[in-house]
Design a protein around this ligand. Structure first.
Ligand SMILES: [Zn+2]
Length: 165
């Protein structure tokens, strides 16, 4: 494995289970057993109902590109050789939005709402990063009149359904 020179995470006790799951190529989010809310950044209490009965929940690894920016001027010198790259916010089908990077797609082909699936980048023996690539099995871009439609992936996991505007 070539030496990885970018900054690495410094997990807290709260986040360690997530990094352990990533090492096993399992995409997990925290889920509140009381109200079913799922969220990305680990906490001790549900941000919606304040319950402390939380679990790590494995999601499908599929989603859509919620928004992105093309980074051409890195904020840290370690990223100088990577530019330009895509910093993405991925809307997982289960609801939470995950910051990540897009791979295996030319920057000029990146489009908001494109279907994505997780791929795993084992950057060191300790850390694996979830990244996203175009999902060839994903449904085509939603039309505005379809907003709110329920989608179900082959995995059987119900897709995220946005609330009516
Ligand atoms: Zn809750």
């Amino acid at each position: 494995m070539p030496e990885y020179t970018l900054p690495l995470p410094q997990p807290t006790i709260l986040h360690q289970p997530m990094w352990d799951a990533f090492k096993q190529h399992r995409l997990v989010v925290q889920r509140c057993r009381a109200c079913d809310m799922m969220f990305i950044f680990a906490r001790e209490h549900c941000p919606r109902c304040w319950a402390s009965d939380l679990e790590w929940y494995e999601v499908s690894g599929r989603g859509r590109l919620y928004t992105y920016t093309t980074v051409r001027q890195p904020m840290h010198p370690a990223f100088n050789e990577l530019v330009p790259y895509v910093y993405a916010i991925v809307q997982l089908d289960e609801g939470p939005r995950l910051p990540s990077n897009l791979v295996n797609v030319p920057i000029e082909d990146v489009q908001v709402d494109m279907p994505l699936r997780v791929v795993w980048d084992d950057v060191t023996s300790e850390f694996t990063l979830p990244k996203f690539e175009p999902d060839p099995d994903g449904l085509p871009r939603r039309m505005p009149h379809q907003t709110g439609a329920t989608r179900v992936h082959a995995s059987g996991v119900p897709a995220y359904t946005p609330a009516p505007a």
